[in-house]
Design a binder for this molecule. Structure first.
Ligand SMILES: *[C@@H]1O[C@H](CO)[C@@H](O)[C@H](O)[C@H]1NC(C)=O
Ligand SMILES: *[C@@H]1O[C@H](CO)[C@@H](O)[C@H](O)[C@H]1NC(C)=O
Ligand SMILES: *[C@@H]1O[C@H](CO)[C@@H](O)[C@H](O)[C@H]1NC(C)=O
Ligand SMILES: *[C@@H]1O[C@H](CO)[C@@H](O)[C@H](O)[C@H]1NC(C)=O
Ligand SMILES: *[C@@H]1O[C@H](CO)[C@@H](O)[C@H](O)[C@H]1NC(C)=O
Ligand SMILES: CC(=O)N[C@H]1CO[C@H](CO)[C@@H](O)[C@@H]1O
Length: 574
């Protein structure tokens, strides 16, 4: 299991940057056949950016590498690492790019990409006119003449290079010392945003008091302190009634908890990080935050987001709507989601859900494992998919767990799986951000590159093979039906159970009504995840459906909302 700290250690190493991400299976038990797949994608990406920066600014390769490093922030040693990597590989990259070798050739020459015997040749750009063997031979000659390539990289773990091992150590200790890092396991709420802090669940309002946290029933009506962190406490001097009692009693407060995957956590790689034509000093300011959030942006997600959208869309997250409905719900959100999560591995991290049956308010739990049960990067993708039987047994196990942890009166909503064929249908002939400058890489090329390396987040849908796409959709539908069946037939004592379709087609229609195009709803860099707009549109559909069909899930509108706002303002922010 990838701990955040392990990710942190690896992430600043440029070559690994986009990677654990693209290959979302965080719980991958079987070693990929192409052990160097991630290094290969990382190398091709970085070398492409260097090449394109040189093209955009009509500069030398040397200048373009320096430009890239100068754009990176100093935090987490990103800039330092960049200069060191340039120092190490720069001379070879310069030689090769100056001789018009493309990123594929550079990365094969530098052995970040390898063609294993009996395996196909994996490349992102069109192949050179000469035969591959000849091209590579020539490229190797160019590099051989230089004594700069000191280390052979048969190993894809860049941290094992003697040169970089030291940096990895430095980064590890820098993170340990610089970050007010709380042991998230012993106390699940935090005053720190990233590293699974309040970007992920409501901010702790009293770090020194383990019994004060979002979501609990107030202790003694919060006369002396805000035990549930909703910003409402103290006594009204006019009548001596505690505010929490006056404003929240009988208002049926409730929290929102997401059990999700990378889509739920809002996985996002900024296109500015890889688009040479738009790159500037501003492009990477958010990179350190993103890295320490495992490249997720839960604070902007459709379910637990609490920040204003960056995309200009005005729809609110489910959490913000619940808060608007009842200000007593302030800060009561938890994003228990993980890249690569599926019905099969949820048990490995569901304990991080925090709810006390006796002390806390009920919760709305959204179970949204929307892809990884049918998505994997294996070349024989279908046999690796979760079967309806396996899904049934794991979901029942999860529900039993929830029944023994959720306060009575909670609600659980099982989200179905989407039909991912819209990915290929809408993207395959569009240019990937890396291909926009020279009109040479479409999503079809990008998908096939990832598939070839067996690091695709979803071979089944991100594939030119229509049979495979159809099979994947069929399995997704079977799994959705299984969830629906569970929701209609099973009863639990502490929560009501519902099922909702994952209606991507619905939000595509809504988006088109507003004049948008379907492809604008997909993350441009990975070509897979729903983006922020999609996430918020989905939240909108979700909210409206629940309001219509099961209004009891959302609770009543609190008539004291405006008074709460008057007395407590923003209630302490998030
Ligand atoms: C690019 O730079 C070279 C050498 O500095 C110069 O000769 C050429 O005219 C420049 N091209 C453009 C399009 O600016
Ligand atoms: C935090 O909790 C401690 C221990 O219960 C208490 O003494 C203190 O007043 C609390 N601080 C705030 C700001 O509520
Ligand atoms: C979000 O937008 C609203 C309305 O535009 C504004 O009043 C509010 O201050 C913004 N909130 C944040 C956290 O930026
Ligand atoms: C849960 O609450 C319902 C009413 O909301 C009540 O009928 C039921 O007995 C409660 N169950 C338990 C186990 O307390
Ligand atoms: C397409 O996928 C199906 C199902 O995995 C497989 O049986 C078939 O061989 C694939 N076709 C091609 C051309 O790869
Ligand atoms: C603070 C916090 O929310 N931590 C947990 C969030 O969920 C993940 C798993 O999804 C746990 O690993 C964190 O400990």
């Amino acid at each position: 299991m990838k701990s955040p700290r392990k990710l942190l250690m690896a992430a600043p190493l440029l070559f690994l940057l986009p990677l654990h991400a693209l290959a979302s299976p965080a719980y991958d038990d079987q070693p990929a056949r192409h052990s160097n797949g991630h290094s290969c994608v990382g190398c091709v990406l970085v070398v492409s950016v260097i090449e394109q920066l040189a093209q955009v600014h009509n500069s030398t390769v040397q200048a373009s590498m320096e430009r890239l490093c100068s754009y990176l922030p100093g935090k987490l040693l990103l800039k330092t690492t960049c200069y060191l990597v340039v120092d190490m590989f720069g001379p070879d990259i310069i030689k090769l790019l100056s001789m018009d070798k493309n990123a594929d050739v550079v990365c094969h020459t530098l052995k970040f990409c390898k063609q294993d015997p009996g395996q196909p040749l994996c490349h992102l750009y069109p192949l050179p006119k000469e035969t591959w063997k000849f091209t590579l031979e020539k490229a190797r000659q160019i590099v051989k003449k230089s004594p700069t390539l000191k280390y052979s990289r048969s190993d894809s773990n860049i941290c094992s290079l003697p040169f970089l091992a030291k940096i990895c150590e430095m980064i590890k200790s820098a993170i340990k010392n610089s970050v007010p890092f709380k042991d998230v396991d012993s106390d699940k709420y935090s005053v720190f945003p990233t590293l699974r802090g309040y970007h992920w669940r409501g901010r702790d309002c009293n770090d020194s008091n383990g019994m004060a946290y979002p979501g609990r029933r107030p202790d003694n009506w919060d006369i002396h302190q805000d035990s549930n962190c909703n910003g409402i406490w103290g006594v009204d001097p006019k009548d001596g009634i505690p505010y929490e009692k006056k404003f929240c009693e009988g208002s049926q407060p409730r929290g929102i908890i997401l059990l999700g995957d990378s889509a739920g956590a809002h996985f996002h790689i900024s296109p500015e990080w890889i688009t040479a034509s738009q790159m500037s000093l501003k492009s990477f300011v958010n990179l350190p935050t993103a890295i320490t959030d495992e490249l997720n942006w839960p604070q902007l997600s459709g379910i637990t987001g609490f920040l204003n959208s960056t995309s200009g869309i005005t729809e609110d997250s489910i959490y913000l709507r619940l808060r608007k409905r009842n200000r007593c719900n302030h800060r009561d959100y938890q994003n228990i989601s993980k890249n690569g999560a599926s019905s099969q591995n949820l048990e490995k991290f569901i304990e991080s859900l925090s709810r006390n049956q006796l002390l806390d308010h009920p919760a709305i739990v959204i179970y949204a494992m929307i892809g990884n049960d049918v998505c994997n990067g294996k070349s024989d993708s279908v046999p690796k998919m979760t079967t309806p039987e396996k899904l049934y047994s794991k979901v029942m196990q999860t529900l039993k767990y929830l029944n023994s942890h959720l306060p009575n009166g909670s609600h659980v909503i099982l989200y179905g799986l989407p039909d991912g064929t819209f990915l290929w249908d809408n993207l395959h002939n569009k240019y990937h951000p890396l291909g926009q400058l020279n009109k040479d890489v479409t999503y079809a090329h990008f998908y096939s590159f990832l598939n070839c390396l067996q690091v695709s987040p979803c071979q089944g849908w991100m594939s030119s093979n229509e049979t495979l796409r159809t099979l994947t959709s069929q399995r997704a539908e079977q799994l959705s039906n299984t969830l629906k069946k569970i929701a209609t037939r099973k009863k639990f004592t502490n929560f009501n159970l519902f099922y909702m379709d994952f209606d991507f087609q619905g939000i595509i229609k809504e988006w088109q009504k507003r004049g948008g195009q379907p492809w604008q709803l997909i993350e441009p860099v990975d070509g897979f995840h729903p983006n922020e707009v999609a996430s918020l549109l989905l939240a909108d559909v979700f909210w409206k459906k629940v309001q219509l069909q099961w209004p009891q899930v959302l609770g009543k509108e609190n008539p004291f909302n405006s008074q709460i706002e008057k007395v407590f303002g923003d209630q302490g922010g998030h």
